[in-house]
Design a protein around this ligand. Structure first.
Ligand code: FNR
Length: 191
């Protein structure tokens, strides 16, 4: 059965490595996972007054794109050892109005990305902290901390290393299992 996965990219940069990784993940994922990027760059800063006055069209568009998805995949860089503000804002926008969060119970995973070292660990784990509160079940294993990504891509945008492609395909396969486990319940996985 096809599963629609909302992909949230934490960078707004045109040549973003995170976005390139996300496009490669879409290619490497099991065929029944349909990945589509939901854009976050136009979302006004979250403000409770605006919610009362009638939410901005961009918030409504974002919420209505994430809400029907079967799962959420975050692909994000690290800014100052945390997640980029634009991503935090998108998470906040999706979490409200109170009781109508688009995140609750959606099987999720995170891939953190950096051209530097340390795999954007800080961003990865700060996002996990919010996920706990949002009741957004974040796949615990395998983890994906991608370092040194600046040299990963060929002219066509594809990741050139076969080892890396294999690792990422394995990650997406594990994520597909995580999605099924949560959507169908553990008892039905045996068949
Ligand atoms: C960064 N960068 C960065 N990298 C990292 O590994 N840890 C960090 O804490 C930070 N902090 C940071 C703060 C700010 C404000 C910027 C603009 C950048 C570097 C970052 O990894 C690099 O710019 C990536 O290329 C950003 O991801 P995209 O846009 O390529 O997806």
């Amino acid at each position: 059965q096809d599963r629609q996965i909302a992909v949230i990219v934490g960078s707004l940069r045109r040549e973003s490595f995170s976005r390139k990784v996300a496009l490669n993940l879409a290619r490497l994922a099991p065929a029944h996972l349909k990945l589509g990027i939901v854009e976050i760059g136009d979302l006004p800063h979250y403000n409770e007054d605006a919610e009362k006055d009638g939410p901005p069209a961009e918030w409504t568009r974002f919420r209505s794109q994430v809400a029907p998805a079967d799962g959420v995949l975050f692909v994000t860089p690290e800014y100052n050892r945390s997640i980029p503000g634009a991503l935090k804002n998108a998470i906040d926008v999706g979490s409200r109005p109170y009781g109508k969060s688009v995140w609750a119970k959606k099987p999720a995973a995170i891939v953190s990305v950096t051209p530097g070292a340390l795999g954007a660990f800080g961003a990865n784990h700060h996002l996990r902290q919010s996920a706990v509160f949002l009741d957004l079940p974040m796949m615990p294993q395998p983890e994906a901390y991608l370092s040194g990504v600046g040299k990963w891509f060929g002219e066509d945008g594809r990741i050139t290393s076969e080892d890396t492609n294999r690792f990422l395909a394995g990650f997406m396969s594990a994520y597909a299992d995580w999605v099924e486990k949560l959507l169908r319940g553990p008892g039905e996985l045996a068949d």
